[in-house]
Design a binder for this molecule. Sequence first.
Ligand code: NAD
Length: 455
Amino acid sequence: MNKNILTTQKEFYRTQATRSTDFRKSQLKKLKRVLKENESRMYEAIYLDFKKSEFDTYSSELALIYAEINDALNNLDYWSRTKRVGTNLLNFPAQSYIIPEPLGSCLVLGAWNYPYMLSINPAVAALAAGCTVVLKPSELPKNTSRVIAEMINDNFDIGFFHVIEGGVEETTELINQKWDKIFFTGSVPVGKIIYQSAAKNLVPVTLELGGKSPAIVDETCNMAMSVKRLVWGKFMNSGQTCISPDYVLVHKSVADQFVEQTIKEIEKSAYSFDNCNLVQIINQKNLNRLKAMIDPKRVVHGGEVNEQERYISPTVMFPCSYDDVAMQEEIFGPILPVIIYEDLDAAIQEINKREKPLAAYVFTKSKRVRKKVLSEISFGGGGVNETIMHIANSNLPHGGVGHSGLGTYHGEHGFRAFTHYKSIIDKPTWFELSLKYFPQTPFKLKIVKQIFRIK
Ligand code: NAD
């Protein structure tokens, strides 16, 4: 059945309908309208799945989807224009230009933690670029997946934009087909499976993966503001955020102050379902995985687990070390290990011994420290004295490096992820240099060398 959808989408793509930016804009406007009409259904579904509130769903998902659609609507003509570039002497007389061309029929695979945004935003980028899309949302939030499928499949042509629901079996079948692009958001192990399957058909991929994203808190930072932003970024969505600060490295001289302030900030935030700032752990499997990371000896705040409600209270563990269980894999939950450092160089060395993180954050007033962290650690993206918010600026490409991912999106970067840039040299026929034609003489070689300016 899935094979037929790819064939249907390839046929639709070949009609050239998606080449028109007016067509793309009308479809994006329709998507925005469909989402707006279905907002209340979306809130209900996500609350059933993991008690995510309307406030959280709007602010961390729908608002970002609308912003992405608006950005595409406003800039699509500019992004899609044929771009003239300079022509070198060797090619004189000629025009040189680059034609953005949609990649074709694309597969988008979503993750569960921001199930609307992580499914729909890559699809928005693909549709804006003029591609057709088959979207498979994550199967874990099943109500959310159902709503996405119904909204899209009831309103869009199957050949242009279609949702397939399912889990590992359906994904496996999909990734073995000859797409023009696969865009995957999820874990590193599954990212490797996707990459290998895509390679068999030379299908280009974007892999939005995860990792352990550090936050460095130094002795010069504005402690109150740093803690406020760190606690917000760590515990939003109960820590189930790919760019959430995974652990904190704090300078020895301010470590006690940091922990004390962090506990106060968590208490002040009064995390609860009623206050709309807490969501459930997505399933029992993840709850068990997270429980095993809590070391009672190190818990200085939180650590309560409610199996019935799939809930873990915001937990701080201090002092931790890189040998702790919680430091062996991405936490992806409301557990914050705090490690003391004395020497920034050594702290950076420790981070650099591990896989490149998706995000990194530094809290400091020191220009030297900021420069050092930003230049000596390789990571996807991040913030200085801030967490998470870099993804809310579509001028900034979002994506990992090394094990945290391959390729980027958001705004024009998303458009580029689904676009091939076709290079054209366009020559008139009234003039031709005889240099490239036979016979090859020493005089011609001299001229060629002069043209290339090789001394
Ligand atoms: P996941 O890798 O378990 O699942 C993602 C998708 O892969 C789902 O659609 C699922 O059906 C499919 N899948 C799962 N197992 C598969 C298999 N064996 N073969 C083929 N397909 C399979 O990831 P997740 O649990 O949904 O998300 C959590 C991970 O995603 C974390 O590591 C997080 O950091 C990362 N993430 C990254 C970003 C980003 O923007 N870079 C955003 C959100 C989440």
